[in-house]
Design a protein around this ligand. Structure first.
Ligand code: IMP
Length: 191
């Protein structure tokens, strides 16, 4: 089955292709020469993933899906949430994002947080959403060199290590993204 993954990030498309397996053949926006940036104007992860899936479906009229992820810190009222990528500035720099978050959490003892991924799957007649969540805590300083984004400051419940101290395989056992895509995989296999 051919599906479009509404993402400009080729590494992410390759990662999700391997999670979904060979029964599904993912087409990336790059392969389809869809170069325009889709404005993520919603205040929610659910809304932004719908905007992306709809934009790509309208263009190609083929089954497609989009994902949106955010880090939600309880003591900051769910920040950075939908602003996770550009929290520290429009240049979307991971160190700046983490530095701002650590600054805002300075002196706050409650460090509870979660990563949440929402996938929207869209066809002519259907729209379904799938959520993947990993609960954890934000530590005081960056630890580890692997991964990306906020990985060096997030320890999932059930581990002593940050995501950045784990191999990709270890991270995938906990990760919000693999949990959400596992739900999509099960759904697609049933269909
Ligand atoms: P996206 O929706 O997958 O592009 O994710 C938005 C932002 O959330 C990214 O730019 C990262 O800052 C953050 N993020 C998403 N997934 C992860 C992860 O697995 N580890 C750390 N940060 C992440």
């Amino acid at each position: 089955m051919k599906l479009i993954f509404a993402s400009h990030n080729e590494n992410k498309v390759a990662e999700i292709q391997s999670l979904l397996g060979e029964d599904f053949s993912l087409l990336s926006l790059k392969e389809l020469s869809f170069n325009q940036e889709i404005p993520e104007t919603s205040e929610t992860l659910e809304g932004n993933s719908i905007i992306k899936a709809d934009a790509v479906f309208e263009q190609f009229k083929m089954p497609c899906f989009a994902d949106d992820t955010g880090l939600e810190v309880d003591s900051l009222g769910g920040e950075p949430g939908v602003y996770s990528a550009r929290y520290g500035g429009e240049d979307k720099n991971a160190d700046k994002n983490m530095d701002l978050l650590l600054k805002k959490l300075h002196g706050i003892s409650s460090r509870k947080a979660r990563f949440r991924t929402v996938i929207t799957y869209r066809t002519q007649n259907q729209m379904h959403q799938f959520e993947g969540v990993v609960e954890g805590n934000i530590i005081n300083e960056k630890k580890g060199v692997h991964g990306f984004g906020y990985d060096p400051i997030f320890i999932p419940i059930g581990s002593q290590k940050t995501f950045a101290q784990m191999s990709t395989k270890e991270k995938n056992q906990f990760s919000h993204r693999s949990r959400a895509f596992e739900k999509l995989r099960i759904f697609l296999r049933q269909g």
